[in-house]
Design a protein around this ligand. Structure first.
Ligand SMILES: C[S@@+](CC[C@H](N)C(=O)[O-])C[C@H]1O[C@@H](n2cnc3c(N)ncnc32)[C@H](O)[C@@H]1O
Length: 179
């Protein structure tokens, strides 16, 4: 992925990686999953194809990619279970989702850090393709085809001094700025 600019480019995750992501997430019935920067919709689509008892969302800023993803969802008859939202991933309330997937730049992940920590503290799982969440320890990591990595995070990934997040927003802010 081109990391030189602050914008997040479209680079689709290979299907072998998406398949492992779905396995690693192992969603429970009723779970809500969201892919941040959904591109052509492949991640929410693959989740919905494997599990028919979860709700899948993708948020994407590019109108062309939103159209493409929605067309694919429609063709596959998944419209009742996969929603592709046109919007800004930085404005999503992540704590509403049980599983969050992302293939973003390190800069974007750092910007999202306070929301990611809050989501983890309320029980969400996060899977990041290729890039770690700074300052947090993945509970699992796997390598695919010798070059792609997936990192799984849960509430156990949060450093102990940030455990009680309800009462520690200033600590959280200080922490994310220090990374
Ligand atoms: C590296 S691609 C990943 C696509 C898909 N998640 C996958 O893994 O195949 C990142 C995506 O994020 C989208 N994106 C960039 N900035 C965004 C923003 N602020 N809000 C929503 N989507 C954004 C890009 O258009 C691009 O499709």
């Amino acid at each position: 992925m081109n990391l030189s600019k602050r914008r997040i480019p479209f680079q689709p995750s290979p299907l072998s990686v998406v398949k492992c992501m779905v396995e690693l997430a192992s969603p429970q019935p009723g779970d809500k999953i969201i892919d941040l920067g959904a591109g052509d919709g492949r991640i929410p689509i693959c989740f919905a194809l494997k599990y028919d008892d979860i709700q899948c969302y993708g948020i994407e800023i590019s109108s062309d990619l939103v159209d493409l993803a929605r067309k694919r969802v429609g063709k596959l008859g998944l419209s009742s279970r996969v929603k592709i939202v046109k919007g800004d991933l930085f404005k999503v309330d992540l704590s509403k989702f049980d599983i969050i997937t992302m293939y973003l730049t390190p800069y974007a992940i750092k910007r999202l850090l306070p929301s990611l920590i809050t989501a983890l503290s309320t029980g969400s799982k996060i899977i990041s393709h290729d890039f770690k969440i700074p300052g947090l320890s993945p509970v699992k990591q796997i390598v695919i085809d010798s070059k792609h990595k997936l990192y799984l995070y849960s509430s156990d990934s949060i450093p102990r001094n940030l455990d009680n997040l309800e009462n520690s927003s200033s600590l959280l802010l200080k922490y994310s700025r220090s990374l």
